[in-house]
Design a binder for this molecule. Structure first.
Ligand code: CTP
Ligand code: CA
Length: 225
């Protein structure tokens, strides 16, 4: 479908999109986070709503205004994201995990601000793994015919890493893009390859995040019953 098309081909479908990046608190004033702007997830939510879907957008730490006509759930951490995704996924036809989920969180949270002490080296930060929401949802779908989409940002061996990740996660589609110091984070445009579990491979040329979003919804539609 061309960008800006208004064919309501997602009418009657319920979709869940996650956007942004989780933050994992260390103490009341500090966190571990990442550089995801949330723009690709918002573009997915807007385009799906424009194509007639009922959209739940689960947002983590973006600076973006709630899109019109979309239910928005605001969360902060990976644990909160997991809870919100599993709840919203229960009656969804499609789940798209565009959010950057922190792989690790501090193993302990200090309820008071961590202070430095004269003459002392800083204490190391110990981390624990966060749950893998995409892998969990893909393996244990609340509806057998649900379509699950993941995203992967890679800096090296982009396609080989993407194919391996698609297998490991068990999702239907994986949108793979190359990232680096000057690419993708916070940008208005994106370039990607959408890998499918059935072997399909759809390159999406450098262009607006809405165009990539529309391609994702086209590929999802082909897989919806
Ligand atoms: N993801 C998730 N839960 C996590 C980590 C990632 O649901 N704890 C999802 C992301 O939302 C994304 C996909 O998995 O859709 C791929 O994320 P990515 O960070 O590329 O994958 P990882 O398995 O964490 O691999 P890596 O070690 O390369 O970070
Ligand atoms: Ca990761």
């Amino acid at each position: 479908l061309a960008r800006g098309a208004t064919v309501p081909d997602l009418a009657g479908r319920r979709v869940v999109v996650t956007a942004g990046g989780t933050r994992e608190p260390l103490d009341p004033v500090r966190y571990l986070g990442n550089r995801s702007s949330g723009k690709q997830g918002y573009a997915l939510a807007r385009t799906a709503a424009g194509r007639g879907a009922r959209v739940t957008l689960i947002e983590a730490n973006t600076q973006l205004a709630d899109p019109a006509g979309v239910d928005v759930v605001h969360i902060g951490t990976a644990i909160q994201l997991r809870e919100a995704v599993l709840k919203a996924a229960a009656d969804a036809d499609v789940v798209v995990m565009a959010a950057a989920v922190a792989d690790f969180r501090p193993s302990e949270y200090a309820t008071g601000k961590i202070k430095k002490k004269d003459g002392q080296e800083p204490a190391p930060i110990s981390l624990v793994r966060n749950p893998d929401i995409l892998a969990e949802l893909s393996a244990d779908r609340p509806r057998a015919d649900q379509v699950v989409v993941g995203f992967a940002a890679e800096t090296d061996d982009v396609l080989a890493n993407g194919r391996e990740k698609l297998r490991r996660k068990g999702c239907d589609l994986l949108v793979v893009n190359e990232v680096g110091e000057r690419r993708t984070f916070g940008a208005e445009e994106n370039e990607a390859v959408v890998l499918a579990a059935d072997g399909g491979e759809t390159p999406v040329p450098y262009g607006p995040k809405e165009a990539l979003a529309d391609t994702v919804w086209d590929l999802v539609l082909q897989r919806l019953g």
